[in-house]
Design a protein around this ligand. Structure first.
Ligand code: ACM
Length: 548
């Protein structure tokens, strides 16, 4: 055994390693310069990370990640003022100047010290990510890191990744891993799609049948939902995240400066809710099943009916959600709400008449404004998919556009803040190749290059002087055809890496050829380090292969 260990050490431990060059950092930093002296900083386990309260969790995060990545375990030293110390080590230094841009950091490396200067928590975490990217992966006694000066801040304030845990459910450890992916790429938001037609994935106390009934479906589709005949596996499927688990995820993300935005999708996409509580539907005497097919729109009744019990339900459900998520934003869905079920229901029509709602679109607006007002009373701002803007909605809600540029332009022009997540190219459930043998996806063609080249601010928005209405972007990961973690990895990588730069770096800093080099040198070794899969044919399937 001892001998084996000795051989292992010879094979995998080097005495020192030269670190990555700062030119390989992803997403591309705003400004990098190299000091005249090229004498490196030599990191070893005799050194410390010096930090100020209240940033101990981030100091520990940095310590753990350096140890995991390099084998070097640093000490932690809490200080009152990191500026006054002179020992060799890593300094996390707060900058209290008032006009410091949000999320900005500076990273200075010289022979004596490494210093990350930040103003806010996100700035610190962003600086930590750049530093970790400069460190090699392996087991070393010491690591040489070349001098560099980086000043960096993001282009957009909202940089998100979404994950649908309804169509397929993923273990808590994978949710954490996904959050680590976000942290590495300097995203700041995890949009957690927790309820839909095919399952309710968050524990609810006031309405326990949401879990005992709504969290389970009888079987799952295999193959594409448009296959005829559709194929099912016959296996009961489901589960949900307990409140304790949700809190664990929120805390895990908070250390990494990532906001978790929960989505409870109403008033459509509510089949799991009406399966649990048919009295909230337009046909209270029906025994609804939790959906087993994908793409429900107009095919199966999945809407909440407007009645006092439903509005009480919404208040209680969202109150429980608000108590779990410190996020200033709550996502209420609002997409693909088919109007036909409301049209067919006399009680719904009577409600509309009583409230003076001229059509079903106005009823949809009524639902969204009802819940947005309630959330506002709890100090939260509402986000919804772009269909919330079909009617005459109050512009204090934020529109998340999943359509084309048209809907983003429309929402920005009406005065909404917009998070742009256009289906083309930010839907990562769409194909990334046109290889007929590629792993099953919904449809479309969103290759890596298209994700990299997309400008989240449409030209018409720039021309109308409304650029500041586009607060950021996000990729959406609907998991109908992603039954396991490896498949999710395969669909998001390397597109997520391209998206990180699209959202972080100014257009003049971006260059696809240079990005591809950094992808090979820096990102792909990380995918390997994480034991994650990825789509490998990304240079072959470029935008020139787009269907005409
Ligand atoms: C969506 O893709 N229905 C938001």
């Amino acid at each position: 055994m001892k001998r084996l260990f000795f051989i292992y050490c010879i094979l995998f431990t080097s005495f020192y390693s030269i670190a990555q060059n700062a030119n390989t950092i992803i997403p591309k930093p705003a400004f990098i310069s190299y000091p005249q002296s090229t004498d490196p900083f030599v990191l070893d386990s005799k050194q410390s990370i010096f930090y100020e309260m209240p940033f101990e969790p981030q100091a520990v995060y940095l310590q753990e990640n350096i140890a995991k990545q390099t084998g070097i375990l640093l000490n932690l030293k809490k200080t009152l003022n990191t500026n006054s110390l002179s020992a060799t080590g890593i300094y996390l230094v707060s900058n209290n100047s008032l006009n410091h841009p949000a999320e900005k950091y500076e990273l200075n490396i010289n022979k004596q010290n490494i210093q990350i200067e930040y103003h806010d928590l996100r700035g610190l975490v962003n600086g930590i990510q750049s530093l970790l990217q400069l460190m090699p992966i392996g087991q070393f006694n010491s690591v040489k890191i070349s001098p560099v000066h980086i000043e960096d801040q993001p282009r957009f304030t909202y940089r998100g990744m979404h994950l649908d845990v309804v169509r397929h459910l993923f273990p808590l450890n994978y949710i954490k891993k996904y959050i680590d992916y976000l942290a590495f790429h300097k995203f700041n938001t995890f949009h957690w799609h927790l309820t839909d037609d095919q399952g309710w994935r968050i524990e609810m106390e006031a309405y326990p049948k949401l879990n005992t009934i709504g969290s389970y479906r009888n079987e799952t589709l295999i193959g594409h939902f448009k296959d005829s005949p559709a194929q099912y596996d016959g296996i009961r499927y489901g589960g949900f995240y307990t409140k304790a688990e949700i809190k664990e995820i929120v805390q895990y993300a908070a250390i990494r400066a990532i906001t978790v935005i929960p989505e409870i999708d109403i008033p459509g996409h509510s089949r799991a809710a009406i399966a649990a509580y048919p009295e909230l539907s337009t046909k209270p005497d029906t025994n609804w099943n939790v959906a087993t097919t994908w793409g429900m729109y107009n095919r199966q009744n999945n809407v909440l009916a407007p009645k006092p019990a439903t509005f009480r339900f919404l208040e209680k459900v969202f109150d429980e959600v608000v108590s779990l998520f410190p996020s200033p934003y709550i996502h209420v869905g609002g997409d693909e709400c088919s109007k036909i079920w409301w049209k067919q229901d006399p009680a719904t029509q009577a409600f509309m008449k009583e409230k003076g709602l001229k059509n079903e679109t106005a009823l949809q607006t009524y639902f969204i404004e009802f819940i947005a007002k309630h959330l506002k009373s709890k100090g939260k701002q509402t986000i919804g998919w772009h269909e919330i803007n079909e009617g005459d909605l109050d512009t204090s809600t934020i529109v998340m556009n999943w359509g084309t540029e048209k809907q983003a332009i429309e929402a920005a022009s009406k005065g909404f803040k917009v998070i742009n997540t256009p289906g083309k190219p930010f839907y990562f459930d769409h194909y990334q190749s046109q290889d007929p043998k590629d792993s099953l996806a919904i449809h479309g063609y969103n290759p890596l290059e298209a994700v990299y080249n997309y400008n989240p601010i449409p030209i018409a928005v720039i021309q109308r002087g409304l650029s500041n209405k586009i607060i950021g972007g996000q990729a959406n990961v609907w998991t109908e055809y992603m039954g396991n973690e490896k498949k999710v990895d395969y669909m998001i990588f390397p597109r997520m890496t391209a998206l990180s730069e699209t959202l972080w770096s100014m257009p003049e800093k971006k260059n696809y050829t240079d990005f591809l080099k950094r992808l090979e040198l820096n990102a792909i070794p990380r995918y390997q380090y994480w034991n994650s899969s990825w789509f490998k044919d990304f240079t072959k399937w470029d935008i020139s292969k787009s269907p005409k």
